[in-house]
Design a protein. Structure first.
Length: 302
């Protein structure tokens, strides 16, 4: 598969009783691909994977593969509290037909390189699928340093890409200096997209794309093609929404944005709760103001 383009880390749709809403997810998936997304990343942090059972994660993968798996690659997030559970999920994802895996450090437990390397290496070796290492130290407490990433790349041929979510674009330069073209880089935080592409990233695992796939694809294409004036203008316009995707309640904010564009609802599983009161009012003000500005830009361009 090609680790290129905009690959949304999809939200997981729920009904009001908080069971999976697979019908909504199928509609959402088709909409994302129809608007130019080049892959789908399921069961990630934005997908509330920590709140899903093993069987529910499998159901999410099944709906992704049956709905759009013939059109674009489906990548499964592989996160768990134990290495054995992560391996079981990786093996099942391969059997279902996923094109790749996004390998996370273990939930809850973070320690030294000796143990963290053993965990991710075991998952990477569990299948022959191409793998993306997810580096998000703020969320998982584990920071894969460039030298450690280079070590993994040397030892595992099917490690193909690193999702860099440290927000430090110097990391991209450091990784590339150590491994050259051996690993591709994916931007893992929306609000450093332009900087990440300028540093050498070739793909974007995007959150905001759940609600604005057309705009996010246009932004990425401008950036990758070096159309920096057009890219920055669009980047600046979308940035308030991207920053909502970089706060602790980014799942709730992304679903709020999806609801605003008619592509979902705000249902989340506890311990997450829907935003209310002044927090909700402030978020809606940002959402509506930004969407109005984008609509005006689209009208002018058309």
């Amino acid at each position: 598969m090609q680790w290129k383009g905009v690959m949304p880390a999809i939200t997981t749709g729920f009904k009001q009783d908080l069971t999976l809403d697979l019908a909504h997810m199928a509609k959402h998936l088709n909409w994302l691909v129809d608007n130019g997304c080049t892959g789908i990343v399921a069961n990630g942090t934005l997908g509330e994977a920590t709140s899903l059972s093993f069987d529910e994660k499998i159901q999410v993968l099944q709906i992704c593969i049956s709905t759009i798996g013939h059109r674009v690659p489906v990548i499964s997030g592989i996160g768990s509290t134990t290495t054995a559970q992560a391996v079981a999920l990786a093996e099942k994802a391969a059997a279902l037909g996923c094109a790749g895996l996004m390998v996370l450090p273990p939930y809850q437990y973070s320690t030294d390189w000796y143990e963290m390397k053993a965990h991710v290496a075991t998952v990477i070796k569990a299948t022959e699928l191409t793998c993306m290492l997810y580096n998000d130290p703020a969320t998982y407490g584990t920071d894969f340093l460039p030298e450690q990433i280079a070590e993994l790349a040397h030892e595992h041929k099917n490690l193909a890409v690193v999702k860099e979510a440290t927000t430090d674009v110097r990391r991209i330069t450091a990784i590339r200096a150590l491994v050259g073209d051996r690993l591709a880089i994916a931007v893992g935080m929306d609000d450093v997209l332009l900087e990440g592409v300028a540093a050498g990233a070739t793909s974007w695992v995007a959150g905001t794309a759940n609600a604005l796939p057309k705009e996010c694809v246009s932004l990425f294409n401008h950036a990758i093609q070096g159309n920096y004036d057009q890219a920055f203008h669009l980047y600046q316009s979308i940035m308030p929404l991207m920053r909502l995707n970089a706060v602790p309640k980014f799942v709730q904010m992304t679903k709020l944005l999806q609801q605003a564009v008619g592509q979902g609802n705000t249902f989340v599983r506890p311990p997450r709760l829907e935003v209310v009161g002044e927090e909700l009012e402030a978020a809606l003000e940002i959402v509506h103001t930004t969407l109005s500005r984008l609509a005006a830009i689209n009208s002018t361009n058309n």
